[in-house]
Design a protein around this ligand. Structure first.
Ligand code: SF4
Length: 340
């Protein structure tokens, strides 16, 4: 990992416009990702994690509008790039994304090798490489990629159809395609959620190995803090489109400053919770068109005081490189949030 920032997101604000209503999905999200660094993005479903990932790669639906903010990638604001520039220079070239269900990303009627070589050909076209590889060379490249991701007998397997691959193998194919060019940023959106635990561990090992090999930066989105603890250098906790806490993984998970982070940890099954009741956070994540005033977590927070429903807490540095957005924590210093 180097100190050079690869991605800098500044005050990113995003609204969904639907049926005459405006719903704020991201509110002044700011963070910086260094080369070779992994940031884990956590929070319950509907907190804005995926929207943030899709904003970076420019795959938002038409109803999404970004009234302010910037997404600086290698120093250039991606929000100022045209769709054509994003297609030709960025998406699938320098920034790639993998999703929860690899089944949906592979075409069931084409063999794995055909899909991988088509993608490699498409990348070479976009990179405007004059001397393009032959079909045989593309197949050799695809076989090497499969080998890289630990798929056995890649020379045989490349002639299989997606239905002949398990879920874990399909995700390996997607990872190999995502990292097949000069990808410097991988956005992984719940890539192991649909897989069983042993396969999940293998995919995490694979990502760690490939990250070390290619010095790729990763934005790893997951609702599971246990998974993030294994792969992330930094953790970012999101709620209702805002960052609630951010800092080095060991510090955020070891000494969380925000009640929401503390609740997510208390609801995590693990050895230390053996024989103990797991926390179920009361209430629900608010819908975007009914965000509570003040701290958006206040209707679910047992520690809330009067000011919490009227004052919106800003993200503030609470210790070196550690940021939190809780009014009580900021005013009174470190609190012990006793959820159970
Ligand atoms: Fe709870 Fe208030 Fe802190 Fe929000 S600001 S997390 S409601 S104590």
């Amino acid at each position: 990992m180097t100190n050079e920032p690869l991605l800098e997101v500044n005050s990113l604000t995003l609204d969904y416009h639907l049926a005459g209503r405006k719903m704020r999905a991201l509110d002044r999200v700011s963070f910086s990702l260094k080369k070779g660094q992994v940031i884990g993005v956590a929070g319950e479903s509907g907190c804005g994690k995926s929207t943030m990932g899709l904003s970076v790669i420019g795959l938002l639906p038409q109803i999404a509008k970004i009234p302010r903010g910037e997404i600086l990638f290698e120093g250039e604001d991606l929000l100022r790039k045209s769709q054509r520039e994003m297609d030709e220079d960025i998406r699938g070239q320098k920034i790639s994304m993998i999703f929860q269900n690899p089944q949906n990303a592979l075409n069931p009627v084409f063999k794995i090798g055909t899909q991988m070589t088509d993608f490699l050909r498409f990348q070479q076209m976009n990179q405007k490489i004059k001397k393009r590889s032959s079909k045989k060379q593309l197949y050799e490249m695809a076989i090497r990629q499969l080998e890289d991701t630990g798929i056995s007998d890649p020379r045989e397997r490349i002639h299989n159809y997606p239905f002949e691959f398990s879920g874990g193998m399909k995700q390996r194919v997607m990872i190999s395609m995502a990292l097949s060019s000069q990808t410097s940023l991988l956005i992984a959106d719940e890539p192991t959620t649909a897989l069983d635990m042993t396969i999940e561990a293998q995919i995490l090992d694979l990502l760690v190995k490939l990250k070390a090999k290619y010095n790729t930066s990763i934005l790893y989105i997951s609702h599971n803090l246990g998974v993030l603890s294994q792969i992330s250098d930094q953790i970012m906790i999101m709620y209702a489109g805002r960052i609630f806490e951010m800092g080095p993984t060991s510090i955020v998970l070891g000494s969380p400053r925000h009640p929401y982070s503390s609740a997510l940890l208390e609801s995590l099954p693990g050895r230390h919770t053996k024989g103990k009741r797991l926390l179920s956070i009361p209430g629900y994540v608010p819908s975007l068109d009914q965000l509570p005033s003040g701290c958006s977590f206040h209707p679910r927070c047992p520690f809330a005081e009067d000011e919490c429903s009227s004052i919106t807490p800003e993200l503030q540095m609470v210790s070196s490189d550690h940021w939190s957005a809780c009014l009580l924590d900021q005013r009174r210093g470190r609190q012990k949030w006793k959820w159970i």
